[in-house]
Design a binder for this molecule. Sequence first.
Ligand SMILES: Cc1cc2nc3c(=O)[nH]c(=O)nc-3n(C[C@H](O)[C@H](O)[C@H](O)COP(=O)(O)OP(=O)(O)OC[C@H]3O[C@@H](n4cnc5c(N)ncnc54)[C@H](O)[C@@H]3O)c2cc1C
Length: 477
Amino acid sequence: MSKINCNNCNLVFSSEFEYYAHHITAHKSQSTSIKKILILGGGFGGITILRDIEKRFENEKVEITIVSNDNYFLFTPMLPQVVSGLIHPSNISTPIRYFCKKAKFLQATVESIDLDQQLVTIQRSFDNKVRTLEYDYMVLALGGKSNYFKNTNLEKHSFSMKTIEDAIAVKNHIILMLEHAAQTGNYKLQKTLLTFVVIGGGFAGVETISEINHFVRQSISNFYKSINPKNINVVLISSKDRILPEINEKLAKTALDFIEKEGVTVLKNARAVDAGEEFVMLNNNEKLPCATLIWTGGITMNQVISELKCEHGDNGRVQVDEMLRMKNHDNVFVLGDCAWIKDAASNSIYPSTAQHAIREGKVIAENLEAVFDGKKKLKRFSFNSMGIMAIIGNRMGIATIADHDLSGIPAWLVWRSYYLSKIPTFGKKIKIFVDWSIDFLLPRDVTLIGSIKKKKTHGIHITENIPSIKEQLTFKF
Ligand SMILES: Cc1cc2nc3c(=O)[nH]c(=O)nc-3n(C[C@H](O)[C@H](O)[C@H](O)COP(=O)(O)OP(=O)(O)OC[C@H]3O[C@@H](n4cnc5c(N)ncnc54)[C@H](O)[C@@H]3O)c2cc1C
């Protein structure tokens, strides 16, 4: 095993475990003059704070570290457009390192958080090695994961729609189903192969089904002449008696009428209760044959968040005060999908959207500066969303902006302009604009990429049991 040198005192250690135990006990107190800010999560919340404090603390003696299990920031509102091949996957993903001028980025998975010792244990993705990070101030922005409500069959047999891998996998799967369907003369089998079901009538579900509907119908008409378009069955399952509960009923009805006209079947007041390789079972005992099932039915917390010893709200989200600090832990700020934030005026809980995560991020950055300054008062979080919008088909959008409803091409243009302006780098903005422009001229690509072979990185794996943080702290040399 290779030796590890301690940069602070030149001692040499034979294991990483010994080194970190030494570092924590010997050097933690020495380094208190430089405060450590640790950001967990590189999504909308984490990146907003990172970009803001990089500017605020440009000339301050502060160590900023950001940890995320992906090395990029993902612009989720455009994820459905990756599924339909409208946008190239890498164009909605920006490497986190692009934002790190002063900060250090670690691509790793957060394994556990010890709020009392102010330590975070992370696992590196390439060799599974574990290490412990200290912090003076921590920002929790770990988002959430798909909530299958403990239904293991639904989890096993459906695609989720949270990551770039999800979007690429769904796109490839759809193309594979078209290839299979083009080769079978069996009507029943072809119908199953051409049935695409999305569960969840919220924004993510409606945008995903609209993109799939357009992609499948356009691709079949352009390239799959042996497929009878009458066999295409694109289905949206909504547990409510409407879709898009986030917007007013009139606009939601406009959206419903449009997607139904485009060929989407919407099953209202329906819940998926079971699934297999080729079917989904509904709560009315109807068994719907389908080869593609996509789940957008809500989020829950990952284990790191749900196991935190703090006050939790609905779905395990972390309760915070008006300044967005974790209750009883003033040096921990929480935001985005993993935060449970009450609006003091209306007594309601702020929704989990990118729009909110960005606003919360700006307030936390300001509050971190106020904490460092010691004199400024911390800011209370309060936010009234100016609007909400969605793309629901080819050149069709819906939007509510400052209480005004918009639909059709104007809403679609507003959506595109607004979200393009939110893409964090100029280069990616240009690439997305080019993708959108090419779509006016050329049909979508139906290249089946297939499965990607992954070469294993042969790192040195820790073979001993991972010591607890307490053990690391009390380890004697
Ligand atoms: C398909 C889809 C469409 C959407 N459309 C919209 C929209 O149009 N408008 C809108 O406002 N919102 C939209 N949303 C919601 C929006 O994406 C979320 O509300 C927003 O991303 C929340 O930001 P966040 O920073 O809390 O979490 P995220 O953006 O999810 O970021 C969490 C980060 O933490 C990392 N992470 C998680 N667990 C670990 C771990 N254990 N260790 C290390 N890193 C970890 C993840 O890799 C990620 O980088 C959409 C969501 C989806 C899925």
